[in-house]
Design a binder for this molecule. Structure first.
Ligand SMILES: C[S@@+](CC[C@H](N)C(=O)[O-])C[C@H]1O[C@@H](n2cnc3c(N)ncnc32)[C@H](O)[C@@H]1O
Length: 220
């Protein structure tokens, strides 16, 4: 963990990262990854993201992992989706058919949990962690997914010393540094997003780019 209490953040509703709408890069780029409709999609550090619901509506089965029980319950409540809660230590499992959220630590996920996973969606997950944990995050992910597995990754890139993370800045060089060993990495778009992000502008940063990547787990 990175010293930030996510439980406190959720308790105090300090969730500026949460988007009311479905992420526009997800809408724009998901279909470019040629993922089958019935594919299983893993969403690490999912929060209560509306992207989960969008992926489910595309026909995918969805597996999210999120450490905050507040976030997990809010996702189902706010979307009016009924769910069944069961215990499967170290996780509590919240499920409605093919939509399953595991409440617990991402680093406790094992390949057994992800045996039905064919694709990964990461928006604001990698950038949640400080540098050393980001390396662990990517290594762990590479053990959880099958060869050939595609992934859509959305990061932020700003001048790190101008603002304390999270979210942390993760530039293109670092994305390659972290993922190249196990993944191919293709940059799809990088957009100047400073003016649209008032919450960062007020924190005094001078540049902010949102960057979208398509990754694919190497086959060997
Ligand atoms: C920046 S938010 C992004 C949430 C989501 N991806 C979105 O786009 O709204 C990061 C989330 O990761 C959760 N989190 C932090 N560390 C975690 C961990 N080790 N395992 C599972 N979830 C974690 C936090 O509670 C928080 O909801």
């Amino acid at each position: 963990m990175n010293g930030i209490s996510w439980h406190e953040r959720w308790k105090n509703n300090r969730i500026g990262f949460h988007q009311k709408e479905v992420n526009p890069y997800l809408r724009n780029y998901w279909h470019r990854l040629n993922i089958e409709r019935n594919a299983g999609v893993f969403v690490p550090l999912c929060g209560k993201s509306n992207d989960l619901n969008w992926l489910w509506q595309q026909g995918h089965s969805v597996l999210g992992v999120e450490i905050s029980p507040i976030a997990v319950r809010a996702f189902f409540d706010e979307n009016d989706i009924t769910m069944k809660e069961t215990e499967s230590p170290p996780f509590s499992v919240h499920q409605n058919g093919g939509l399953k959220l595991l409440c617990g630590d991402y680093f406790a996920i094992t390949p057994e949990h992800t045996s039905e996973i064919d694709a990964v969606y990461d928006r604001a997950s990698l950038i949640t962690f400080p540098p050393e944990v980001r390396v662990r995050y990517a290594q762990h992910l590479s053990h959880l997914i099958k060869p050939g597995c595609p992934m859509l990754l959305i990061t932020l890139d700003y001048t790190q010393h101008e603002m304390e993370g999270p979210p942390f800045s993760v530039g293109e060089k670092e994305v390659h540094g972290i993922f190249d060993q196990h993944f191919s990495v293709e940059k799809l778009e990088s957009k100047d997003a400073l003016q649209e992000n008032a919450r960062f502008l007020t924190r005094g940063i001078s540049r902010l780019f949102e960057t979208v990547y398509a990754l694919r787990r190497h086959s060997t």
